[in-house]
Design a protein. Sequence first.
Length: 122
Amino acid sequence: MDHILLWYRVDVNTFGEAIISSDLTKISAKIYLLRAEEGGRKTPIFTGYHPAVYFGDRQTDGLIVFDREAKPTSGGEYTVTISLAHPEYLGDVLQKEAIFDFREGPKIIGRGKVLSVEETKI
């Protein structure tokens, strides 16, 4: 069964009205999951994982989607799709070949490199 993951952004304008946006920026990326000995997680992550994604000192939340066949383990490299909640926070650093970390709180659990950037409207 296929699952569709939707991520809607809610902003509040100057009048206090909630604005729901379905604009979505996705990146295709090659990621490396740090092993526990390197400071990474002791347990694996799966599709639907929501890390904080850092491009240098700029941060947004992401939603990671692995390929169907992938069985993610620590120390592995994977090509994934990451949906970004607030790409506007990243400015011009969000581009092909950009390097990023993803974290749980202050702990870096993986690193990645952007392969492509896709902006869509749902």
